[in-house]
Design a protein around this ligand. Structure first.
Ligand code: UT7
Length: 331
């Protein structure tokens, strides 16, 4: 019997219509297009403006676009995982709502949170269910409404983040395609450098926490940058060496879109020329759990069956890692 591998068989995406440009941001905080572009590579990001709409709205749209393209029957889906750092609510599962809304009523579902590494970790989780033979159709959605946790008077963070979601379907494969290897890491000493102080169990919401603006993302950018550069590059390199891959064997690098300089440093370490590096940070900024599936959706038409893709991500916690996956169909 051949080993079951977990392959991505369909992708979908959704980004809100509203485009927040660098020029508009320069009217809100003391910044400018030149600074943002040269330091991050970001030109614009999408914002979910409508009141009453949360991450589930984008996750549902991304899943529906996948279902429509793939003609997959939602009743055949066994499991829905929503990778997100911005669930609709602190307690009720966002994934349960999404699964019901898309008609995946035979599925169980849950949220998975690992900051900017949520989707990468979710790829590992989804694949493990498939490889074990326990389930056959796992829908993994990654998305965040970062605008709901950003302080738009803080120029150090508001220029970076945006809203969006992407979805992928994992199914069993008997040709050896799909997830080949993973190396996932975490280091809890990093949580001081990228976090939201209040609203959790350590510091519940109070008048004081609201007054002190402790419900939005605080990031020590320079420190996070240093860790992100060295760790993302290390794990990407490790994926190549321990799978006996040389740079010519790699068709694509799919890096978390946090900063173009981090993306370039990772690509340089593994010796990849820019044509092989998936990039859409200029359009969407950092959508946290949405970056990797949004890349796949944007590059789907260029991907070929058998392509070797190296994914790498780094995020709050700290959490980080890399995955080596063989693409399973022609785009
Ligand atoms: O995805 C999760 C993980 N997150 C990341 O990977 C993000 C990692 N960090 C970064 O991408 C970068 O650190 C930032 C983009 C956040 C900041 O870029 P930087 O090159 O590290 O800038 P910096 O924080 O060292 O600040 C340099 C200067 C400072 O001024 P002084 O002290 O040199 O006078 C800042 O006050 O740039 C100033 N500055 C700005 N200037 C114009 C900071 N933000 C802005 C801004 N516009 N938006």
């Amino acid at each position: 019997m051949t080993k079951i591998t977990a392959a991505i068989t369909a992708v979908g995406k959704y980004v809100p219509d509203y485009i927040l440009t660098n020029h508009e941001l320069a009217t809100i905080v003391d910044t400018n297009d030149e600074w943002i572009t040269s330091r991050t590579g970001i030109k614009e990001r999408r914002i979910l403006k409508e009141e009453g709409k949360g991450t589930s709205y984008m996750a549902i749209k991304a899943a529906e676009s996948l279902l429509e393209k793939s003609k997959k029957n939602p009743l055949d889906i066994d499991l829905v995982i929503v990778a997100t750092a911005t669930p609709d609510m602190p307690v009720a599962s966002t994934a349960a709502y999404v699964a019901t809304k898309i008609g995946a009523t035979n599925a169980f579902s849950y949220d998975l949170e690992a900051a900017c590494s949520s989707f990468l970790y979710g790829m590992s989780t989804a694949s493990s269910y498939i490889e074990s033979g326990r389930y056959k159709n796992v829908l993994l959605i990654g998305g965040d409404k970062m605008s709901s946790i950003i302080d738009y008077t803080d120029r150090a963070t508001c220029i970076i983040f945006g809203d969006g979601a992407g979805a992928v379907l994992f199914e069993p494969n008997h040709e050896g395609l799909g997830l080949q290897d993973e190396y996932l890491r975490s280091d809890g000493t990093g949580r001081e450098f990228l976090k939201i102080d209040a609203g959790g169990s350590i510091l519940p919401t109070s008048e004081e926490t609201i007054k002190n603006k402790q419900h939005t993302v605080h990031q020590e950018g320079r420190t996070v940058f240093k860790f992100a550069v060295s760790n993302m590059a290390d794990v990407a390199e490790k994926m190549l060496t321990r799978n006996n891959l040389v740079k010519e064997d790699v068709d694509w690098l799919a890096p978390h879109q946090a900063n173009n300089r981090i993306i370039e440093a990772t690509a340089n370490r593994v010796g990849l020329e820019s044509e092989k590096v998936m990039v859409n940070i200029h359009k969407y900024g950092n959508t946290t759990s949405g970056t990797l599936p949004l890349l796949l959706a944007d590059y789907e038409s260029q991907l070929k069956k058998g392509d070797n893709i190296i994914f790498a991500a780094f995020g709050g916690g700290f959490t980080w890692g890399a995955i080596y996956l063989k693409w399973a169909y022609n785009g």
